[in-house]
Design a protein around this ligand. Sequence first.
Ligand code: SF4
Length: 377
Amino acid sequence: MPDSNPTTTATDESADATEPPASGTNRAEITVETDPREERVEEPLLEIRNLQLEFETHEGTVHALNGVDLDVYPGEIVGLVGETGCGKSVTARSVLGILDDNANILGGEITYRGTDLLTLSEAERRELRGDQIAMIFQEPMKSLNPAFTIEDQLTTVIERHTDRDSSAARARALELLEDLGLPDPEDVLESYPHELSGGMAQRVLIALALSCEPDLILADEPTTALDVTIQAQILDLLVDLQEKYDTSVLIITHNLGVIDRVTSRVNVMYAGSVVESGPTGRVFETPLHPYTQGLVEAIPMPGRDELSGIDGEVPDLDDPPAGCRYEPRCPVSEEHCKTYDPPMTVVSDPETPERREVRCIHYEPDQPGDPGVVLDE
Ligand code: SF4
């Protein structure tokens, strides 16, 4: 991992200016002296490090992103999950450079293929959009231009971003619509958006995102507006297309079922920070952060009589807690959490070679050289 990574490992001596408390409740779980974690050898396609962003509004300053860390590796589907308003979409828009005028990025890096996107000009960012990074928005009807046919919209993008002429662009558009499982692609090409169902429009949006053969697709709640059956079809289609085109996908959702269905890794976001990340199966089986534990306990399961839910409210981001932003709702908070905001810490999990990280004092090393928390085998 590059040196710019602000996350701490068990041997990182410069974790934060504020020292964590001497011990955490999970210290008894330390079972080995060495860290069995294996680093991924490949470089991330996208690396977000310590991204901080605020919005100036009439009501005051909204501290929307509080040091977001996130990686997307080549050819993977990775999830970003959290409640509405936690900063998921703002994170994606920061990558694309399509933030509202009142947004200020205060610090951090968004590195794509080794280039910090925050240092690029608007023209360079525009070039990247569509060519290499595409976005699928959550409301397809609002994303398609009602005044143009699907053929116009698809072929315009294909001609702009590839070297195809108009007839090759039309052939490519047809091919994409067939890939998307649309039964009569010729008909769809001649249609205007209002003539399509929600499910068809969402498939067209995915075709638009794929039309330039991007390396990375940011899919923001791509199935939220659809009924459950169509949602499942679209999600399965996304997985098939990701494999066919070897595209990386960052899927953004509030729905743990979507994460479970399609992602291999997940990032859990709360109030402007990623608070836990790791392989999806392991995070769902052994959630570490108290917020993730609350989310997982709230999933309806056979044999579970009632939903636990999470007590309390998401904090107001124009006046967030001074320390850990989850402290007002956390069932295992300590006095120190009111003033101390922990960084991400690597946690060793013998059940997986994949990296697991969590942002909570209970998983921080007590002292330099301490292996940190190691989960029981
Ligand atoms: S308040 Fe935050 S840092 Fe403290 S125990 Fe809870 S989640 Fe961890």
